[in-house]
Design a protein around this ligand. Sequence first.
Ligand SMILES: Nc1ncnc2c1ncn2[C@@H]1O[C@H](COP(=O)(O)OP(=O)(O)O)[C@@H](O)[C@H]1O
Ligand code: SF4
Ligand SMILES: [Mg+2]
Length: 345
Amino acid sequence: MSPPVISRKMFDMAGPLLSVVNLTQHFDARTKGLFGSRAKIHAVDDVSFEISPGETLSIVGESGCGKSTIARAILRLTKITSGQIVLDGVRIDDASVGALRPKRRRMQVVFQDPFSSLNPRMKVGQILAEPIRNFGLAKDRKDMKARILRLLDAVKLPAGAADRLPHEFSGGQRQRIGIARALATEPDLIICDEAVSALDVSVKAQIVNLLQDLQAEFGLALLFISHDLAIVEHLTHRVAVMYLGKIVEIGPKASIFQGAQHPYTQALLSAVPVPDPEAPRQRRILKGDVPSPLNPPSGCRFHTRCPVAIDRCKAEIPELLPSGSGHYVACHLAPQNGSQSLRQN
Ligand SMILES: Nc1ncnc2c1ncn2[C@@H]1O[C@H](COP(=O)(O)OP(=O)(O)O)[C@@H](O)[C@H]1O
Ligand code: SF4
Ligand SMILES: [Mg+2]
């Protein structure tokens, strides 16, 4: 097993459950670049964050900004280009399959489309039994049955669900099955990758409430990946905002939703409906499209669309610097860089 690379003393007393350190993930593009060399897709570049036990961190950003790539890297579904993934002080990105196994049990994932990830020919009871059996968690048949019933109860499905097939359930119920399957290995962290994005509004709220109940009951940490900021605001503790493979701002929920400093975060938030019609947010439409990750802009990757960009932005990559308690911003014009506030309200 790899040695611990990060001392727990570097962090708060409890220590993070998961640390992602300078994660970079490039993919070979199908097309060849200049001089016949393989072009690289810069899906994720130098991303670092931590999740504490029992905490929810949300990653937000437009489609293609690298959210799922981070999830897949943590789950070791891809071989990362560079960086480290550390679970409970132990590196897992370079761990052997044998060393990874007990760690893998502690991280589970719920995807957007529960139907595609549930075997249509397996009854729900068998679907839930599979991970329990894989990790040898049940003492005997009686324990297996009790575990399956407890899982169904935890996600508020009736015991009879165990004998039915996935297609007999609604979208929301299937997502409950997906969550029960994730819980089966008694994880510490569940990664929800757009897990509620395909659901109707009322069902979405039910599943979000269920996730919050489960978090309280089992002390689960959640990495909640979503492009839906209204949902994120409802359930998260902290938020990381991504643009074109990089975190541009990260901080506690209140400091992001009420005190966003990065022009991209401000633009994203301006599109979120507010409940109070007396205080509408001024919508800020960004010019142009997100540039290609095959050839990301120099300096600040947001400079081609930023309404307040200056010359320096084209040349120099802004560092993610502290800007208040637990709040970090990557922008040359952020107050910690000697500038006046960026807010343009
Ligand atoms: N296996 C892969 N091979 C090549 N490119 C990929 C691969 N996975 C993701 N990408 C590219 O990486 C970028 C980030 O993708 P992704 O992480 O899925 O974004 P998001 O989840 O934020 O929508 C996109 O440009 C996507 O096309
Ligand atoms: S660094 Fe420059 S381009 Fe990037 S967000 Fe800040 S002002 Fe805009
Ligand atoms: Mg995705």
